[in-house]
Design a protein around this ligand. Structure first.
Ligand code: NAD
Length: 273
């Protein structure tokens, strides 16, 4: 006998049909998070976005004109993850607007530029803690704040990078932050699994964004992947990372949690490079 379920098969409708996802980390058109917003729209869902500071708000407002109106979520909310009051206010606004979430995307990272150049040995206490707070602890803080807004079947996806588990020269303090982020993904997956909420990460290969370019030697990272990854025929795009994110957000991957999905043209699997 074939096992059956009363839930409709997710392949019968657009992957995110009717789903409302909160997307953090849109700074500009090059941001991976913006590609995620567009992929969510293509998959039939809607994205509420957050912004960090007024300049970002007006940039995003202009970018929103590119999205079909019925895929624009009504809200654009301020969020600096160092500010607990702003984190709570996002959850409160969603509730007061009568909105629930089917998940959220954590696409936030920050380290002082001087920590992404030179030796990890020289990392300052302040720089280490700042990278951890903004790039890793924020996933815990947002998951806790938004848990009560998320319905069963929701999915949280965080953006990470190979520098969490391998030595990538100059990635330094951010490698330590991404290691903490990935461990946080696993522990949150355990805590939130009971509520039917999944937590995963996408480990993206290098993509030219404002954050990427802040890392010394970023061009070499891109060149190495292009030359040595199994899928050599192309440069990795933000759209490819975003589509994989949508797969994790969608019910298609409803039995997957606590994972790191590598979207890097296969580069991580290489031995001798
Ligand atoms: P980006 O600069 O476009 O995005 C980084 C975002 O982090 C910005 O929107 C910024 O406002 C936000 N941010 C920083 N500090 C914040 C704070 N205190 N509060 C709220 N938001 C804050 O760059 P991106 O490359 O799109 O980065 C998005 C994510 O993808 C990051 O986690 C990054 O580490 C990860 N990632 C990027 C690459 C790459 O090659 N670009 C590869 C793997 C992973």
């Amino acid at each position: 006998m074939t096992p059956s379920s009363s839930a409709p098969n997710p392949l019968q409708a657009p992957l995110l049909s009717g789903r409302h996802i909160l997307v953090t980390g849109v700074a500009n058109r090059w941001s991976i998070a913006w590609a995620v917003v567009q992929s969510i729209a293509r998959a039939g869902g809607r994205a509420t976005m957050t912004y960090q500071g007024e300049a970002q708000r007006s940039t995003i407002q202009k970018m929103l004109e590119d999205l079909p109106e019925h895929h624009r979520a009504p809200l654009l909310l301020p969020l600096d993850v160092r500010n607990d009051a702003e984190i709570s206010a996002v959850a409160e606004t969603l509730k007061s607007e009568g909105l629930t979430l089917d998940g959220f995307v954590h696409s936030i990272a920050f380290a002082k530029r001087e920590e992404l150049d030179g030796a990890f040995l020289d990392t300052s206490r302040d720089g280490f803690l700042m990278a951890q707070e903004i790039s890793a602890f924020s996933l815990v803080a947002l998951s806790r704040a938004f848990a009560s807004c998320m319905v069963p079947g929701s999915s949280i996806v965080a953006m990470t990078y190979l520098g969490s588990e391998r030595i990538v020269p100059h990635y330094n303090v951010m490698g330590a932050a991404k290691a903490a982020l990935e461990a946080s993904v696993r522990y949150l997956a355990y805590d939130l699994g009971v509520s039917g909420i999944r937590v995963n990460a996408v480990s993206a290969g290098p993509i030219k964004t404002a954050s990427g370019r802040a890392i010394k030697g970023f061009g070499d990272m891109q060149k190495t992947v292009a030359e040595r990854a199994p899928l050599k025929h192309q440069e990795l795009t933000a759209e490819e990372v975003a589509d994989a994110t949508v797969a994790l957000l969608s019910p298609l991957l409803r039995a997957v949690t606590g994972e790191v999905l590598f979207v890097d043209l296969g580069y991580r699997q290489m031995g001798m490079v």
